[in-house]
Design a protein around this ligand. Structure first.
Ligand code: R5P
Length: 279
C-alpha cells in the first residue's frame, strides 16, 4: 500500500499504472498556512512516497504528519521513499554554531519510519544518521536505458573524480568506456579541466552527475568536449534542482539534457517510478 504526498503527486499516475495500490490522502492548508492531512483506511504496512523539493519544509512536515496519521490508524511498519532528499548537502559543520541539517531531518523521520529509501543521496555516508534501515538507490539503470540508443559506442564521463562511481554504474550497464574530468592547475590564475585517460574525439559523450543547479559544471564540461572534437554531447543528472534559467542555458550548450523525475521539471524525462515499484 502506497501513500503519495504532495511531493510525489507527479509520480502518482505512473505508480498506479505500474500496479501500485494507492491509499487516498487528503492534504490541504489551513488559512494560517499550517498543513492538514487525513489518510483513509487502516493498513499494517505502508510506503509513503514524498520527494522533498521546493517547498522543502512543507514536504518534510507532510512526511511526519502522514506517518503520524498512519500510526494512529494502526500501521505497524512504515517505509519512506524520498526520491530527492532536501538538506542533504548540509552534511557537516563548516562554521561553529551550524547544524548538520541532513542529520536533523533523518532523525526526525526516524521517529516514525522503519525504513528510508533515497535516490542518489549527495553523501551516502549520511544514511547512518537514520536510526532504521536506510538505502541509497541508483538511477543508473533508468539513465542508461534512456540514452542507450543515442549514445551508441560512446563514453560516459563524470564531471569530477567524486562522481566517478555514478558514471561507472551507467557505463557498465551500457558496456561502454567511462572516465571523469580532472582539474589541473596550469598557472596561479588558470585551472584546466580535461577528461582523464580517454580520447573523446569523434565520440558521443554522456556526462552524468547527481545534481544540476546553475548548470555551470555541465556547461563548462560540454564546451570543453566540443573543443576536443567530441561528437554529440548528452547530459544527465538524478536531481534537476535547476536555478532560474538553468534548463535553457544547459539545453543550449548540449545535444540533449535529461534528468530523472525525483523532482518534476520540464527536463525530467527519465522516470524512477519503475524503481519505486520494484522495491
Ligand atoms: C556538487 O557536489 C554536485 O555533485 C554538482 O556537481 C553540483 O551541484 C552542480 O552544480 P552546478 O549545476 O551549479 O554547477
Amino acid at each position: 500500500m502506497i501513500v503519495v504526498g504532495s511531493g510525489g503527486k507527479h509520480l502518482e499516475e505512473e505508480l498506479r499504472k505500474l500496479g501500485g495500490s494507492l491509499i487516498e490522502v487528503e492534504i490541504k492548508k489551513f488559512p494560517d498556512g499550517e498543513k492538514y492531512v487525513r489518510v483513509s483506511g487502516s493498513f499494517r504496512e505502508v510506503t509513503v512516497v514524498q520527494s522533498t523539493f521546493v517547498p522543502q519544509d512543507e514536504h518534510i512536515i507532510e512526511l511526519l504528519l502522514i506517518a503520524d496519521a498512519l500510526r494512529e490508524n494502526g500501521a505497524e511498519k512504515l517505509k519512506a521513499i524520498v526520491p530527492y532528499f532536501a538538506y542533504s548537502r548540509q552534511d557537516r559543520v563548516t562554521k561553529e554554531g551550524e547544524p548538520v541539517s541532513v542529520r536533523a531531518v533523518m532523525r526526525a523521520l526516524g521517529i516514525y519510519y522503519d525504513e528510508l529509501y533515497i535516490f542518489d543521496l549527495h553523501n551516502p555516508e549520511t544514511l547512518r544518521f537514520f536510526p532504521g534501515k536506510a538505502v541509497n538507490l541508483s538511477p543508473a539503470r533508468a539513465i542508461a536505458d534512456y540514452f542507450e540508443e543515442n549514445l551508441g559506442e560512446g563514453i560516459v564521463l563524470a564531471p569530477d573524480r567524486g562522481a566517478l562511481m555514478r558514471a561507472k554504474a551507467v557505463a557498465e550497464r551500457l558496456g561502454v568506456e567511462y572516465s571523469h574530468f580532472e582539474k589541473k592547475r596550469i598557472s596561479p590564475t588558470e585551472v584546466q579541466m580535461k577528461p582523464v585517460d580517454v580520447d573523446v574525439k569523434g565520440k558521443n559523450v554522456l556526462i552524468v552527475d547527481d545534481i544540476i543547479s546553475t548548470g555551470g559544471t555541465m556547461i563548462k564540461a560540454a564546451n570543453l568536449l566540443r573543443t576536443m572534437g567530441a561528437g554529440k554531447v548528452f547530459v544527465a543528472a538524478t536531481h534537476g534542482v535547476f536555478a532560474e534559467g538553468a534548463i535553457e542555458r544547459v539545453s543550449k550548450a548540449v545535444d540533449e539534457l535529461a534528468v530523472t523525475n525525483t523532482i518534476p521539471t520540464p527536463a525530467s524525462r527519465i522516470s524512477i517510478a519503475p524503481e519505486i515499484v520494484r522495491l
